[in-house]
Write a protein that binds this ligand. Structure first.
Ligand code: ATP
Ligand code: MG
Length: 405
C-alpha cells in the first residue's frame, strides 16, 4: 500500500488550523502534525486583514510541519462566510449510446447541462453536487451509470461564493508560501468529518458553531440540499457578556469558557468574580445571570439557523437529526438548547479519533480541518460516488489556475 503526505488548512475567525497527515491509498489517515495559531485577520469567516491572515497561516503551517517532521507541499483549504449562496438546479439530456446504456460521459454531460445557470459576474461557482438522477420516469436514482434509458435528468446543488472573498483566501494562502490543492466549503468538510452516512441518508442538519459564524448544511437522501452561513457564533456570545457584565472582552471570553453554560436552568447557585473595565473594581455576578446572557444569544443564533433551514425543508422531516460541532458547541448544554430550538434529536459531532493525536481527536474545533483531509484522502476515481465529497465535482482546479496565471 502506498501513502502520501496531505495537509489541510482551516482559516477560521479565531484560529488557523493546519493538519499534516499521512494518507494511505486504501483510505485511512494518520495525523502527523497540527498547527493552531490565533488569527486576527478574519471576520465572520471572511479574510478582512490580509497581512494578519498571511502571518497566521504561515505560523500555523510552520508549526504543523515542525511537529510532523515533513513539509506540507500543498493544502486543501476551506472557505465559508455569509457570502456563500446555494441553489438547486436541474438539467436533461438524451442518452448517447445506441443501446441506451448510460455512461460516465452521459453523466458528465447532464451535470454540465444542470450547471448551465447564469452566475453573476462577481461570483464564482465553487461546487456542483449531484443530488438525484432520473432515468426516463424513474426518479431518485443515486448512480445511473450502467442503467438503460433514453432520457437522463440530474438535479444538482450548486454553491457559489463571492469572487473577491475567494480571491482573498487564495491570495493569503499563496502569499504565505503555500500551494492550494483545492478549496472546499467548510460545512461540507465538517459534515464529512462528523456525520454518518446513515444520518445523511435519513436527512440531517450539520451545524458548525464557530467563533464568527455558524455554518449549516442540510442533507436529504444522502445529498446536499442546502448550505448557508449565519454571521454569528461564539464571539457574539463573548461580546454580549462583555457588555452585560461590563468587563473587558478577554475577561468575558475567559468567563464564558470557564463558567458559562448554555441553559439558565443548568446554571449553578454560585457567583463568579468579574473584573471591572479600566481599573474599576470587580464584582461578583451570579452564575445564573451569566447563563441568561449566554442562553439568549445562543438561542437567537440557533433560531436564525432554524429559519434558514425552514426556507428549504420542514425540520421535522430531518429524521437523522442534528449534529452540532465547532468550538461554541463546547458550551455545556448547547446540545440540549439546540434540541429545544429545533425540536430535533441533537448530538455533538467530534471527528473520529484519528491515529496520531489522541488528545486532539475529540476537539470539535478540528472538524473542518479533519474533513478537508478526508477530501484529500479520497482517490479521484471515487469522487463520483458516495459520501459528501463523493459528490463534489470540481471546477475548482480551473479557477485556482486562473487566479494565479
Ligand atoms: N470550552 C469552550 N466553551 C465554550 N466556548 C468555547 C470553548 N472553547 C472554544 N469556544 C469558543 O469557540 C469559538 C471558536 O470556535 P472555532 O474554533 O470552531 O471557530 P473558528 O473556526 O475559528 O471560527 P469560524 O468557523 O466562525 O470562522 C470561540 O468563540 C470560543 O469562545
Ligand atoms: Mg470554523
Amino acid at each position: 500500500m502506498t501513502s502520501r503526505i496531505a495537509a489541510s488548512l482551516d482559516i477560521g475567525t479565531t484560529k488557523v488550523f493546519t493538519v499534516v497527515a499521512e494518507v494511505q491509498s486504501g483510505g485511512g489517515l494518520t495525523v502527523l502534525g497540527v498547527g493552531d495559531q490565533p488569527c486576527e485577520g478574519v471576520e465572520r469567516g471572511m479574510v478582512v486583514g490580509l497581512d494578519a491572515t498571511i502571518s497566521a497561516i504561515h505560523a500555523s503551517v510552520e508549526q504543523a510541519e515542525k511537529m510532523a517532521g515533513v513539509g506540507a507541499k500543498q493544502v486543501v483549504a476551506g472557505i465559508s462566510g455569509e457570502h456563500v449562496r446555494s441553489l438547486n438546479s436541474s438539467g436533461v439530456i438524451g442518452v448517447a449510446r445506441k443501446d441506451r446504456e448510460i455512461t460516465q460521459a452521459d453523466v458528465d454531460r447532464v451535470l454540465e447541462a444542470a450547471r448551465a445557470v447564469a452566475i453573476p459576474g462577481d461570483r464564482e461557482l465553487l461546487h456542483v453536487l449531484p443530488r438525484d438522477f432520473t432515468v426516463d420516469e424513474q426518479r431518485g436514482i443515486g448512480d445511473p451509470i450502467g442503467m438503460t434509458g433514453v432520457r437522463l435528468e440530474a438535479e444538482v446543488h450548486m454553491v457559489t461564493v463571492q469572487s473577491t472573498a475567494m480571491q482573498n483566501v487564495l491570495r493569503a494562502i499563496d502569499r504565505a508560501g503555500v500551494k492550494v490543492e483545492n478549496l472546499i466549503l467548510q460545512p461540507l468538510a465538517a459534515a464529512e468529518a462528523v456525520m454518518t452516512e446513515d444520518e445523511r441518508g435519513l436527512g440531517a442538519l450539520l451545524l458548525d458553531m464557530g467563533g464568527g459564524k455558524t455554518d449549516l448544511a442540510v442533507f436529504e437522501r444522502g445529498a446536499v440540499r442546502h448550505t448557508a452561513a449565519i454571521g454569528y457564533g461564539g464571539r457574539a456570545v463573548s461580546h454580549d457578556l462583555a457588555i452585560g457584565l461590563r468587563t473587558p472582552l478577554e475577561e468575558a471570553e475567559r468567563i464564558k469558557v470557564r463558567h458559562g453554560v448554555a441553559l439558565v436552568s443548568r446554571a449553578g447557585d454560585g457567583a463568579v468574580p468579574v473584573p471591572g473595565v479600566g481599573g474599576r473594581e470587580g464584582r461578583s455576578v451570579p452564575a445564573r445571570e451569566i447563563a441568561e446572557i449566554i442562553e439568549a444569544r445562543v438561542e437567537e443564533v440557533l433560531s436564525l439557523c432554524r429559519a434558514e433551514v425552514e426556507r428549504v425543508v420542514d425540520p421535522e422531516l430531518l429524521a437523522g437529526g442534528i449534529v452540532l460541532t465547532g468550538g461554541a458547541s463546547l458550551l455545556p448544554h448547547a446540545r440540549e438548547l439546540c434540541e429545544r430550538v429545533f425540536g430535533l434529536p441533537t448530538r455533538l459531532g467530534q471527528s473520529e479519533a484519528v491515529a496520531g493525536v489522541s488528545d486532539l481527536a475529540f476537539d470539535p474545533r478540528l472538524s473542518v480541518a479533519i474533513g478537508l483531509l478526508r477530501y484529500a484522502e479520497a482517490p479521484d476515481e471515487s469522487r463520483s460516488g458516495r459520501g459528501v465529497f463523493g459528490r463534489v465535482s470540481r471546477p475548482v482546479k480551473d479557477w485556482i489556475r486562473a487566479a494565479f496565471s
